[in-house]
Design a protein. Structure first.
Length: 86
């Protein structure tokens, strides 16, 4: 199976045991809480958890998806955004 551009499609990767997912990170502490950005506090208040996430929290999701526990997971997107998109 190939994609419209002729590259191997998702099914051919899956038959080789390769999965493909995406992590959608939310606003991060380092980027948004430094520098006195005027939109930082309203954005934080609009997040269900009421705070920005850390790089370690985004990395935890990526590590899970790369591990054996997610071997049957493919083709999905995961929002790690403290509930901002909810």
């Amino acid at each position: 199976m190939t994609s419209p551009g002729g590259a191997p499609g998702h099914a051919s990767w899956a038959s080789a045991g390769i999965t493909a997912d995406i992590v959608h990170p939310g606003a991060g502490r380092h980027r948004h809480e430094s520098g006195g950005r005027p939109y930082a506090e309203p954005q934080k208040a609009d997040t269900t958890l009421g705070r920005f996430g850390g790089a370690d929290e985004i990395a935890s999701m990526a590590a899970y998806l790369a591990g054996d526990g997610a071997a049957y997971e493919t083709g999905a997107g995961f929002a790690v955004d403290g509930g901002h998109a909810a």
